[in-house]
Write a protein that binds this ligand. Structure first.
Ligand code: ARG
Length: 264
């Protein structure tokens, strides 16, 4: 037996196991009681509003695709989901998870190698790509066409990184949230903006004076984030996602939030 697996045996699925990087072999109790939650009886979700249709405030409630998906996890754990709206930077850096602000992060967040160093991701649950939005009839159909013009980007996002790499000579204008960025496109404060296809298509559907003029095929996948080493919760999330995909609940949630989307 290797020294490492010996250590793992000794660690007996306690905090020590987390520190030594062992996988707990303890079977998950019914209802997943092995999962430790920040607040008893709650599954605390960090997100950054608004990100329609993934998370959006409707009256007193926060609803959306991600909310419905995480509700399935909460149901499995026999708790209720409570959502914390917080800047995207603290979500994607892993800080909010490390400081126990939340149990998980569900924010239309792309799985990236850099982020995976600071938090652990569930399996991918949604395909996304970067896209360009502009006022209708602008003919700004590529980043090259934006030379010398203003391009809106959302702070800390993969869209911002994409623009930094692929839009030389374009003036990037940073926005803290999606709504501010999209309003800036609508009012002409910026010439165009780069962002996730799902949210941009939702916006143009409701704002026909704008259009999506390009998609960049970045091949992104959204993942749900948990604190590094929180395997108990990550495994529950993964099993819920895979069950949802096989029992039809994923499709039901997908159709609810993307009624106009072409069948994938
Ligand atoms: N998918 C992009 C990223 O991960 C944007 C996510 C922004 N999400 C949000 N809820 N504000 O960088």
């Amino acid at each position: 037996m290797s020294e490492r697996s010996m250590l793992c045996l000794l660690a007996t699925a306690t905090a020590v196991a987390v520190l030594t990087g062992c996988t707990s072999t303890k079977p998950s109790a019914p209802g997943g009681t092995e999962v430790e939650l920040v607040k008893s009886g709650k599954l605390m979700t960090c997100t950054h509003l608004p990100y329609e249709p993934f998370q959006i405030r409707k009256g007193n409630a926060i609803v959306g695709f991600d909310v419905d998906l995480v509700d399935l996890v909460a149901k499995k754990l026999k708790v209720t989901q409570e959502i914390v709206d917080t800047p995207f930077e603290g979500i994607q850096s892993g800080e909010d998870l490390n400081t126990r602000k939340c149990d998980l992060a569900a924010a239309g967040m792309t799985i990236t190698p850099v982020r995976a160093k600071n938090l652990d991701f569930s399996a991918g649950y949604f395909d996304a790509t970067q896209a360009l939005i502009a006022k209708k009839g602008s003919s700004l159909t590529s980043l090259a066409a934006l030379k010398g013009k203003k391009l809106g980007v959302q702070q800390g996002t993969t869209g911002e990184t994409y623009a930094q790499k692929h839009a030389p000579g374009v003036t990037a204008v940073q926005f803290e949230d999606l709504a501010l960025m999209l309003t800036a496109v609508k009012t002409g404060q910026v010439d165009a903006a780069v962002g996730d296809n799902g949210v941009l298509f939702e916006y143009v559907r409701k704002n026909p004076d704008t259009e999506v003029t390009a998609e960049f095929d970045t091949g992104e996948k959204y993942g749900i984030g948990v604190r590094t080493g929180n395997d108990a919760l990550r495994k529950e999330i993964n099993s819920v996602i895979s069950k949802a995909k096989s029992d039809g609940s994923y499709d039901r949630i997908y159709k609810k939030w993307f009624p106009a989307a072409p069948k994938k």
